[in-house]
Design a protein around this ligand. Structure first.
Ligand SMILES: [Zn+2]
Length: 273
């Protein structure tokens, strides 16, 4: 028995750090926006840890009523944040952990300075941090990409994809592509996301049309063809329209749906030629 216990303990020791930044259940809490709003009131300062890189920087909340509008605290913090975004500000969402008052909270940020800024930090404006139940400035429901990033930070993507309905799954797959997030694509897709070149070329995806079948028409089906109309933005090509069908499959009527990603990405590769 000892042979098993000792290596396991060692393994835990070595992986402890990595598991935290991957979004570990029980370590990272997913709290509601209402709770987060009280935990980090206006002018409070806290730490943001990027999930993928593990890099940390400090911010101050300045405003925001449906999510937190924050600013990097100093020029050094701005530099770290820009580094996380590979030197280029962007609207892309990233899963983060907000560290405050001894708590680790699952959240999502984007990386585009906009609007007003007040701190002497070389950051032209502010950026937004969303928590579970947060909303953007414009919409009345949660932004899907932010939501998926929050689940990722909380280590809850497996549960999300386990119970996602067919159209919810397809939406989440496109959100993963839009954010170029291999982890989200991996959970949504039947195949491992190995076509990284084309994924990196898809700069934006907007679903223009996706007519849904009523649930009773789906029944026990194990495959489903979902007609979609997409507006794609392809790097080096420009805007392209995709009109076709997405095939989704499941291995039992109770199992999770998965997107045939290989088929779709092959078709996008043709568009990108
Ligand atoms: Zn905002």
């Amino acid at each position: 028995m000892k042979f098993v216990v000792i290596p396991m303990a060692l393994l835990l020791l070595f992986t402890a750090d990595a598991s935290v930044i991957q979004g570990e259940k029980n370590t990272v809490e997913m709290i509601s926006w209402e709770q987060a709003d009280k935990l980090i009131p206006r002018y409070s300062k806290f730490t943001v840890q990027d999930l993928e890189t593990g890099k940390k920087f400090h911010v101050q909340r300045r405003a925001g009523s449906r999510h937190a509008d924050v600013q990097p605290l100093t020029t050094k913090d701005t530099k770290i944040m820009k580094h996380i975004y590979n030197g280029k500000w962007s609207w892309k969402r990233r899963g983060i952990i907000v560290i405050v008052k001894g708590k680790m909270i699952a959240a999502s940020m984007h990386g585009m300075p906009h609007g007003a800024g007040a701190l002497n930090n070389n950051f032209p404006g502010h950026f937004c941090i969303h928590f579970y139940g947060s909303k953007t400035h414009r919409t009345s429901s949660m932004d899907l990409s932010h939501k998926l990033m929050i689940f990722k930070a909380a280590g809850e993507l497996d549960n999300y994809f386990e119970s996602a309905g067919p159209y919810e799954l397809v939406d989440a797959y496109f959100a993963g592509l839009k954010q170029q997030d291999l982890k989200i694509i991996h959970y949504a897709a039947l195949q491992k996301p190995d076509r990284e070149k084309i994924i990196n070329q898809i700069e934006n995806v907007t679903v223009l049309r996706m007519p849904a079948l009523p649930a009773e028409n789906i029944g026990d089906a194990l495959t489903l063809s979902v007609p979609v109309e997409l507006a794609l933005q392809l790097k080096g090509i420009g805007p392209e329209k995709y009109i076709g069908t997405i095939t989704i499959v499941r291995f039992s009527p109770w199992g999770p749906w998965k997107v045939d990603s290989k088929q779709f990405l092959e078709e996008v590769e043709v568009l990108a030629r």
